[in-house]
Design a binder for this molecule. Structure first.
Ligand code: ADE
Length: 418
């Protein structure tokens, strides 16, 4: 098997959409132009397990421009854009293994196909590929220079592996770069989650009560965008600092047990398990709409709802309506999988530009330095992070001030007081 996609006839549409995405990814384009000349990834095999979207397509082409050989599978069974997957296979001759809606067995079969290409670098969004290598394909470890990780959940898992002494090669935590999480997690998740909920339901947010669980970067972005649409936002948190921050940002803060009674929309972005449980579902209003935008489908107890419900029907595409024993209807979008990719197209290209610029430069960094790094989780070098911000501003035609000599001196001095 050197590719497995839904329908190669979709390639034309996928190529057009990838071209459109690429127009908002100027930083990655500048990197591509340099890669084309310098070939820093020459002969390097990269195995990527990412959301198979148009933006990921642009990243894959950038890595190939740098001389890499890439193989790609999906990092979530519901996030693949089938037309884009077809375009990569047909037009770019890339081994892609991803089909939207694939079951668990196929998901892992596709991951195995990528690992069979014996990658020198793995690129993860959620740490599934690294987990496979460390538990099932240890034969590959000697050939691996290192890995990169895209998302908060993946970084948490990798840090846990490092702590337990499980990690066998260095990993660059792309998520932790400022040019990643400040923008992708906040503005990307903010916009694409609202987009997913609206595309799935076509409901009005204005005047509704919108409950956001988790006030990390994703929760902050989502709350602000929901408020921007006229929703009355309620935040649930477990961390007192974040709860306080949400309160002072102007949201109502309360436990889920209270929020459950008043919410019209619920969306989880905590990265943790069991956030919306049956005890909460029992208190929800008829017609409450639940979704998740965290990496894994563990935040909402969908299995519990399935069991407790007396009937289920797919009332709109990827929208399940459950009728509970007391007659209330509870609506779940995308089976509790990440709604921004399941029912929309993920983060807009302009923010993925910075996230994937970090990925491309992290791969280059691993090729240059990986052999000297320990099996730990590393940050993207701050100079790289700063350079990506500089290039992004430049690409947007925005200039900023620079420090005068006097200001530089002042910042280095301690003599000036009151
Ligand atoms: N994660 C969130 N949005 C994404 C996108 N558009 N492409 C790839 N990964 C993503």
């Amino acid at each position: 098997m050197n590719s497995d996609v839904k329908d190669q006839k979709l390639a034309g549409q996928g190529a057009l959409r990838m071209e459109w995405a690429g127009r908002s990814m100027q930083v990655l384009d500048m990197i591509r132009q340099r890669f084309e000349k310098e070939k820093p990834l020459k002969g390097v095999r990269i195995g990527a397990c990412l959301h198979v979207t148009t933006e990921t397509g642009v990243l894959m082409k950038t890595l190939v421009a740098g001389g890499a050989k890439v193989a790609l599978c999906a990092s979530n069974p519901l996030s693949t854009q089938d037309d884009l997957a077809a375009a990569l296979v047909v037009n770019e001759k890339m081994p892609v293994f991803a089909i939207k809606g694939e079951n668990r067995d196929t998901y892992y079969k596709h991951m195995r196909a990528v690992l069979d290409t014996k990658p020198h670098i793995t690129m993860d969004d959620g740490a599934d590929l690294v987990t496979q290598v460390l538990t099932k394909r240890t034969d590959l470890i000697p050939g691996i220079i290192g890995s990169t990780e895209e998302t908060t959940t993946g970084v948490i898992r990798l840090r846990a592996m490092a702590e337990e002494g499980m990690l066998r090669f260095p990993v660059v935590a792309v998520n932790d770069a400022n040019t990643k999480h400040f923008f992708d997690n906040r503005y990307g998740t903010g916009q694409s989650t609202i987009d997913g909920i609206i595309r799935a339901t076509n409901r009005l947010l204005a005047g509704s009560v919108f409950v956001v669980s988790g006030y990390g970067w994703c929760g902050k972005g989502l709350s602000s965008r929901a408020r921007g649409m006229g929703a009355n936002v309620v935040v649930t948190e477990v961390d007192p600092l974040r709860g306080l921050e949400a309160l002072m940002d102007g949201y109502r803060v309360m436990p889920m047990a209270e929020a459950a009674k008043i919410g019209d929309f619920f969306c989880t972005v905590t990265g943790d398990t069991g956030v919306v449980r049956l005890e909460h579902i029992a208190k929800m209003k008829d017609g409450a709409i639940i979704s998740n935008s965290g990496h894994f489908d563990v935040e909402v107890d969908v299995a519990g709802i399935e069991k407790a419900a007396k009937a289920k029907r797919e009332i709109r595409s990827l929208v399940d309506e459950y009728t509970m024993a007391d007659g209330r209807r509870i609506v779940v979008i995308g089976g509790g999988r990440l709604v921004n990719l399941a029912t929309a197209e993920g983060h807009p290209s302009s923010v993925m530009d910075m996230s994937f610029a970090n990925q491309a430069l992290a791969a280059e960094y691993l090729v240059k330095n990986g052999k000297n790094l320990e099996p730990k989780v590393y940050s993207v070098p701050p100079e790289t992070d700063g350079e990506i911000a500089r290039l992004k501003l430049k690409s947007m035609g925005v200039k900023i001030d620079s420090l005068t000599a006097d200001q530089k001196r002042y910042l280095k001095s301690w003599q000036h007081g009151t």
